[in-house]
Ligand binder design. Structure first.
Ligand code: 0A1
Ligand code: ZN
Length: 883
């Protein structure tokens, strides 16, 4: 460890900064290893100067300090002090101009934080604390300043020089250099600062805002990739229009720029007027990108655009408030995607992500509330919880207030807090005052408590009285640091479905509280245990719980499995049709996993097989929806239902169920494949995407029959495919089914696509996710393949990250998988701590492993902790996992 014991930072210790910086002018003279930075800042006391400490403490990391001037006079060595991770200017005045000259080495910056090089492009990443790696600054989000930037660079190598805001000056300089100066008129925190320089291709378009202003839209990419920007540009224009229509928000600058880079730790970054994107979320054409990639581009473009209001115009006071901008912006991008595509399919996809990734986080060693109360390394808190659960919490507010009430609330939020750095309390305050002082007191537990609540539901029918009751008991398991949980206020969608499939009108027998207990089929749950009795129910209904997944919870009930079968076919809530199919399969497959462990021969439940067949044959279903509902629960989802995770038998059972269903319905599935596998002009319409999705799901099922004719079919699809969705699906299935064509397609795909790094990422993923003991050897071999580079996070995620999700191989009882990943974490941590700590998260199941695997993981965790110089990032994850 660098620090003997890394410091924990607490929300309760927040205090406003003693000093403010209202204006900053930056000059960069760019050079690969020796970039000169001059920063000129207007500093002033934030409070009564007499009460303040006279030392100004600035953050700074990996910087070389050259000179300091205060009001134009250079400081002597006794007037400042370099401290670990910063600089102290002693005895400052109430108001002064501070000028600092320093140098940085972008080429050596493999952490991809601050100013770095991605290939030949200079770019920045400053959220959350990257700016301190550019120059000395009070690097916290409540310091909001107006930024001007002069970028100087070699004109031939870096013809394009960008920063936030609008260009205000440019010209040639001596020695083949040139400069461009930028001014961003909006105050912003340092984490939204950006700079880019390169020899970039440009795609341009225009958007006219609701007040008639013309916005210059620009996407900058590596030359040669210009033709892959159409979808990103279309998505940007759609986002701009959508935010005007749904939230009344207009874009504010005259220019909106997006730059795509290959080396980026995350998806993208919302820097004011100059978004920097992982190229995977900009570049897409049918030949190289799958339908899911197109979908991802639209969502991330939307997400970053929506941040302009929810994040940039109104930002976070401190990093504990991260969900203020992220939960809200994810909610906004999810709704945007739902409006652009099929709403139910998008909602199911979002819930699948939440359940398979956030629920696991909430049940593991790093569980934290959406508003954490402490952290060691803030970069570890860009999590599924802050983002996805954060979005579900916003969605519940939307459900509680209704669309109009929610819009009144956001209008109020913008009215009260524009230009400020605020808290989640401020957001709730705006929502409340705009809605007759709606009482969010209990609802706020969602912000402070970690863990996924469990609802245990008991039902009873009183035939004589024609009354139906449900008793809901809520609980939430202890999470690290939180043993006791208070009950949550949650909206709970309910339907009581009659024999003929219609919903009974819901009439409560008694109303107990001042707040309404039911509105538009949404019950308000508030108590640890409560009973709701409905009248006028003339026969026993089948209840449909948590419709639309109105609250992010797990459910347990006394319903017979036949209810699930009924709801799969009859629920008026499409989401719950899907959910019932999943719940039934989870229930049955969980029993089969136990059978497998006990050596009991596997047998699949006949009513389930029948119900699955009904879905296959149901021609009224939309193809995308059908593909989702026919996709049996993933291993990860099945593991969640196990106290001790059984990787081998879970894999075995899933394979068995797929094979049984596929063999039973081979003819029907084959007919579906043939009907969808027709030559058609490629289209990105939801219908066309649905056809490809169902076709590929069906091909996967057919392959699991083991009949070799489907190996030939998959090979034929691979060879003939005219788009990446079909080509990649076939590649993956051929590799995963260990078909005789596997080596050939791996080779062919490589030769065809080796110059396209995004496609090579898919190639790595398909191989690292293959089952069987030879996979690890293959992954190790691929580390030295020409297309792999451990300093590019996308490649690490594709090869190493994918292997950690390959349950049977990563958790191989020999321990070789753990050993490999442990070595990778230690190695990558030296370059990129953020990447390494994400990989370290793959040990999250530690406490639920069988004892032999647990002992192996323990050794791995201890080996990492014993390493000299591990980063704070990895330390936090590994020590919490080990605890
Ligand atoms: N604010 C970005 C996410 C992001 C966070 C950190 C980064 O680098 C360490 C990069 C991007 C978003 O929500 O899109
Ligand atoms: Zn975001």
């Amino acid at each position: 460890m660098k620090d003997a014991s890394p410091q924990t930072i607490f929300l309760k210790d927040y205090t406003p900064s003693d000093y403010l910086i209202s204006k900053i002018h930056l000059t960069f003279d760019l050079d690969d290893t020796n970039t000169q930075v001059i920063s000129k800042m207007n500093v002033s006391a934030n409070y009564d100067f007499k009460s303040l400490k006279r030392d100004l403490v600035l953050n700074g990391e990996e910087l070389t300090l050259n000179k300091i001037f205060v009001d134009g006079v250079e400081l002597g060595a006794d007037q400042y002090e370099l401290i670990e991770d910063g600089l102290v200017i002693k005895e400052v005045k109430e108001e002064f101009i501070l000028e600092i000259h320093n140098t940085i080495n972008p080429l050596a910056n493999k952490a991809l934080d601050g100013l770095y090089k991605s290939g030949s492009i200079f770019c920045t990443q400053n959220e959350p604390e990257g700016f301190r790696r550019i120059t000395y600054f009070i690097d916290r989000p409540d310091i909001m300043a107006v930024y001007t930037t002069k970028v100087i660079a070699d004109k031939a190598k870096y013809p394009v020089l960008l920063s936030n805001g609008n260009p205000i000056d440019s010209g040639d300089l001596e020695g083949g250099k040139h400069f461009v100066e930028w001014l961003d008129p909006f105050v912003k925190p340092s984490y939204l600062y950006a700079l880019v320089a390169g020899d970039l291709g440009l795609v341009q378009d225009e958007f006219t805002t609701m007040s008639g202003r013309k916005i210059d839209l620009r996407i900058y990419v590596d030359k040669g990739n210009e033709s892959k920007c159409d979808h990103a540009m279309e998505s940007l224009k759609n986002s701009m229009r959508w935010d005007e229509e749904v939230y009344g928000r207009e874009y504010d600058l005259d220019i909106y720029m997006i730059v795509a880079v290959d080396a980026f730790n995350m998806g993208a970054m919302e820097n004011k007027g100059l978004n920097i994107f992982n190229s995977a979320y900009v570049l897409a054409d049918p030949k190289t990108a799958t339908d899911s990639n197109f979908f991802g581009v639209e969502g991330v473009i939307g997400h970053e655009y929506f941040h302009n209001w929810t994040g940039n115009r109104i930002t976070c006071r401190d990093w504990f408030q991260l969900t203020l901008k992220e939960g809200l912006t994810v909610f906004r991008d999810q709704e945007f995607s739902s409006d652009m595509n099929s709403r139910v399919v998008n909602r199911i996809a979002n819930i699948k992500t939440l359940k398979s990734r956030q629920f696991v986080e909430d049940a593991g060693p790093t569980a934290h509330p959406i508003k954490p109360s402490s952290y060691i390394e803030i970069n570890n808190f860009y999590t599924m919880t802050i983002y996805e659960k954060g979005s579900e919490v916003i969605r519940m507010i939307h459900t509680l207030l209704g669309a109009d009430g929610f819009r009144k609330g956001t209008d109020k939020y913008f009215e009260l807090f524009d230009g400020q750095a605020v808290t989640t309390e401020d957001f709730i305050h705006a929502m409340s005052v705009a809605n007759d002082n709606y009482d969010f007191t209990q609802f706020k537990n969602w912000y402070h408590q970690a863990g996924t609540p469990m609802l245990d539901i008991k039902t009873s029918y009183n035939e004589a009285a024609k009354e139906y009751s449900i008793t809901v008991t809520q609980s939430c398991k202890p999470t690290p640091g939180q043993d006791e949980k208070k009950p949550y206020h949650m909206p709970f969608g309910l339907g009581l479905v009659s024999k003929d499939g219609a919903d009974f009108p819901l009439k409560l027998k008694e109303v107990f509280t001042a707040q309404p207990q039911i509105e538009e089929n949404i019950l308000h749950l508030t108590q640890e245990s409560e009973t709701f009795t409905f009248t006028g129910i003339d026969h026993e209904p089948v209840p449909s719980f948590n419709r639309g997944f109105s609250a992010p919870v797990n459910l347990k009930s006394d319903r017979p499995l036949s209810d699930f079968v009924f709801l799969m076919a009859n629920d008026n809530d499409e989401y719950n049709r899907y959910e019932s199919a999943q719940a039934l399969a989870i229930e049955l497959m969980s029993c089969l996993v136990k059978d497998a462990a006990n050596g009991v021969p596997l047998k699949l439940d006949a009513p389930f097989i029948k119900a699955y067949g009904e879905l296959i044959k149901d021609e009224s279903l939309d193809n995308s929806f059908k593909a989702l509902i026919l996709d049996i629960p993933s291993e990860g989802i099945l593991h969640q239902a196990q106290d001790v995770v059984d990787f081998e038998n879970t894999f075995k059972v899933r394979k068995f169920v797929k094979e049984t269903l596929a063999k039973t319905y081979e003819q029907e599935l084959s007919a579906i494949y043939d009907s969808l596998n027709v030559d058609k002009e490629y289209s990105l319409s939801p219908e066309a995407m649905g056809e490809r999705e169902l076709k590929n799901l069906v091909l996967g099922l057919l392959l699991s029959t083991g009949n070799s004719k489907y190996d030939d079919l998959a090979y034929e699809q691979f060879v003939k495919a005219t788009n990446m969705t079909d080509e990649f699906a076939a590649l993956t299935m051929i590799i995963h089914s260990d078909s005789k064509y596997a080596d050939e397609v791996i080779e062919k795909f490589f030769i065809k696509w080796k110059h396209e790094t995004l496609v090579m990422q898919k190639w790595l993923t398909a191989q690292a996710s293959a089952r069987g003991e030879k996979t690890l050897g293959r992954v190790k071999e691929l580390l030295s393949n020409e297309v792999y580079d451990k300093s590019v996070p996308n490649l690490v995620r594709s090869l190493i990250g994918t292997f950690t999700a390959n349950y049977t191989e990563f958790h191989n009882t020999s321990g070789v998988g753990y050993e490999f990943i442990t070595n990778q974490i230690i190695d990558i941590d030296k370059l990129n701590p953020q990447m390494a700590s994400r990989l370290a998260g793959s040990f999250k199941d530690y406490k639920r492993l069988p004892s032999d695997l647990k002992a192996l993981v323990k050794t791995s965790l201890e080996r990492i902790l014993a390493e000299k110089d591990i980063s704070r990032n990895v330390y936090e994850i590994v020590s919490k996992t080990h605890a």
